[in-house]
Design a protein around this ligand. Structure first.
Ligand SMILES: [Zn+2]
Length: 403
């Protein structure tokens, strides 16, 4: 058995809102054994890691990203499966180095996330723990229906395209057959698709309900890309687990999220990166306009969500234009700019996201018995969230990847 003692100048376990000084975390093999005052810890026979100048916290969880997408601002999304698998591998290394020891992939084109997850779990490659979506489900012409007008081969597109409840049911079954953990729906139009409306629903209630019967009867998770309020409500009535983006929500949608306990992943950085990089970077003007429109009321709505008790999680959509892997920690500062308390934001990326991905018993806080997923930053992020961009120590499952 290998014992590691980590000395922590400041320690945030995420079990509560407190930050404690001069603590020690004792790790045995891949698990957290104890958390105690540094003055009382025995280092006999243990490997010592001195983070006494740092702020130590649980490994970060990105609840929404796309490992196979690079963040390119032009000509993105036309890689074949082999190329995008390599992209996925490289992006996951950047995510891990940025402190993300767990990620939920919100959809890729060819089940590359499933292959990468298998390789990581088998110890063949390094990378974060993964929750996978494989292909997403969309409607003809919906977000992620990436066919050119003349294409008919469904094998080449990013999503499974459905236009009836039966097709939706079959798509959900197909996604599980090919090994994904959850089903991701494209409930409304999007920012980076051309010719659709972020505010308008795409999948119908009957289609979502049919697919969600398959998902929920298997006890699996689901998420829906939904900007418009109506699309959010349709998904919630159909029994969705989490809403992604929600940038055009209204008060009724906020109340419904609060009442049903539906998680919200606001992905502020996804829209902000498109607006900030702009047309000059090669992004289509239509997409930049849609991102600006989506961002307009997002901060105000998020504050309302917080006040009404909506469970706001942390997700970045890393891989979208200008939203590069390894730099998605910028979302921490954006969430606090929106008026969410800093400690609430840290918990969004740790214990609340662990609850989101139904892994609270093993990740999300520095609690004895949980996996030793531990990161550190050089200063207290509760004073200045930008230090989350400088993760200086990463341990996943008891193995140090960055020090
Ligand atoms: Zn996404």
């Amino acid at each position: 058995m290998k014992t590691t003692v980590i000395l922590c100048g400041k320690l945030f376990t995420a079990e509560d809102e407190t930050v404690r000084s001069d603590m020690a975390v004792v790790v045995e093999d891949n698990l957290i054994k104890t958390v105690m005052p540094a003055a009382e810890v025995s280092t006999d026979g243990a490997e010592l890691i001195d983070l006494s100048g740092c702020f130590v916290m649980p490994g970060l969880i990105d609840g929404h990203m796309h490992c196979t997408s690079n963040g390119d601002t032009k000509d993105a999304g036309y890689e074949n499966a082999a190329e995008s698998t390599i992209n996925g591998y490289l992006n996951l290394q950047k995510d891990l180095m940025a402190g993300f020891t767990t990620i939920r992939d919100e959809g890729c084109s060819n089940f590359e996330d499933v292959a990468l997850k298998k390789a990581i779990n088998a110890g063949r490659i390094s990378g974060p723990r993964m929750i996978t979506s494989g292909k997403t489900i969309t409607a003809t012409g919906g977000h992620a229906d990436t066919r050119y007008p003349f294409e008919t081969d469904p094998g080449t597109i990013g999503a499974l395209v459905v236009d009836s409840p039966d097709e939706a049911r079959k798509a959900a079954r197909t996604i599980f057959k090919f090994g994904a953990d959850q089903v991701k729906f494209m409930g409304t139009g999007g920012v980076m698709s051309l010719g659709d409306e972020p505010g308008a629903p795409e999948l119908t209630f009957d289609e979502m309900k049919a697919a969600l019967e398959i998902v929920n009867s298997r006890g699996r998770m689901s998420s829906v890309h939904a900007h418009g309020a109506e699309g959010m409500k349709i998904a919630m009535r159909a029994g969705i687990h989490s809403i992604e983006h929600g940038m055009l929500m209204d008060d009724e949608a906020i109340d419904m999220m609060a009442e049903t306990g539906t998680y919200l992943i606001p992905t502020i950085i996804a829209a902000k990166a498109i607006v900030d990089n702009g047309v000059e970077s090669g992004i289509n003007p239509e997409n930049v306009e849609k991102a600006a429109m989506c961002l307009r009321n997002h901060y105000t709505n998020l504050k309302k969500c917080y006040e009404k008790g909506v469970k706001i999680c942390f997700g970045t959509d890393a891989g979208t234009p200008g939203n590069w892997h390894g730099m998605q920690t910028r979302e921490f500062a954006l969430m606090t700019e929106a008026g969410l308390p800093p400690v609430y934001v840290l918990q969004a990326a740790t214990c609340r996201n662990a609850e989101l991905v139904r892994m609270s018993e093993c990740i999300g806080s520095l609690t004895p018995g949980k996996f030793a997923d531990i990161v550190a930053v050089p200063a207290n992020p509760l004073d200045d969230m930008s230090v989350m961009n400088d993760v200086c120590f990463v341990m996943k499952d008891g193995v140090v990847y960055k020090q």
